[in-house]
Ligand binder design. Structure first.
Ligand SMILES: [Zn+2]
Length: 235
């Protein structure tokens, strides 16, 4: 009998903060990208063992993670001058990806959610991306409480793959991905590097397998209500 399959229940990993049974740090390889990454995390999001932000943090050591509900503007968050249009914010909102043209999977959309005419140009100009981390309704809250996000280039992704994280946490709409999967797809597309997505999928797959064994979907307190506008997370 191997000891590593029976960790002490109270043991936590100093790097990711997860219980040892859910630590997937050994599956993570740091990835260098030219696109900068800013993650705005809803304060209620971090469920330590289930959260995917630690995977992003370790995979992209130069990423910036901010936890909160609102910030005055991008310049304040980054602490330097920025050109808003050179940053993309990934937010699906009420856009129906199935109605978007089929020839591409990453779109820059206007305020109405329609694809802009200058797709390639707008994508090539991007210096960084902002990702909202949380449940569907938490991301929506972040979107509405930070009006400055409207000044950025809004990105919409039509995922090429199904979510593997969906095993653990049901997404509210078909085709939704977890934060880590969305980031993987977007950065892979922007940089033409499938290895980014592959690199992120490895630890996520491992985490999902471990979580699924101990907390099947829908059985735990982390269950995401469909359309969950009034979701409550027990502490
Ligand atoms: Zn760890």
């Amino acid at each position: 009998m191997s000891l590593e399959h029976h960790p002490e229940p109270e043991a936590t990993c100093p790097t990711c903060g997860r219980a040892a049974a859910y630590c997937v740090c050994e599956f993570i390889t740091p990835i260098a990208t030219r696109t900068k990454l800013l993650i705005l995390q809803h304060p209620q999001e971090p469920g330590v063992d289930i959260g995917t932000v630690p995977i992003l943090k370790a995979s992209f050591p130069s990423s910036l993670i901010r936890t909160g509900l609102s910030w005055p503007n991008l310049k304040k968050v980054l602490g330097r001058e920025v050109e808003n249009q050179r940053w993309g914010v990934l937010y699906l909102g009420s856009v129906h990806v199935e109605n978007l043209p089929k020839e591409r999977s990453l779109f820059v959309v206007d305020k109405k959610g329609d694809p802009r005419a200058d797709q390639e140009q707008a994508l090539q100009r991007l210096e960084g991306i902002v990702v909202l981390d949380g449940t569907w309704s938490q991301a929506k809250t972040l979107w509405w409480r930070n009006a400055w996000l409207l000044k950025l280039s809004r990105l919409v992704l039509r995922p090429a793959r199904h979510s593997i994280y969906d095993k653990v946490r049901r997404e509210p709409r078909k085709g939704c991905l977890s934060t880590v999967e969305s980031v993987g797809e977007v950065l892979s597309l922007l940089e033409g590097r499938p290895d980014i997505q592959e690199g992120l999928a490895k630890p996520l797959r491992e985490l999902v397998e471990r979580l699924a064994k101990t907390r099947p979907r829908g059985s735990g307190p982390q269950r995401r209500h469909r359309g969950g506008a009034r979701r409550r997370r027990p502490q």
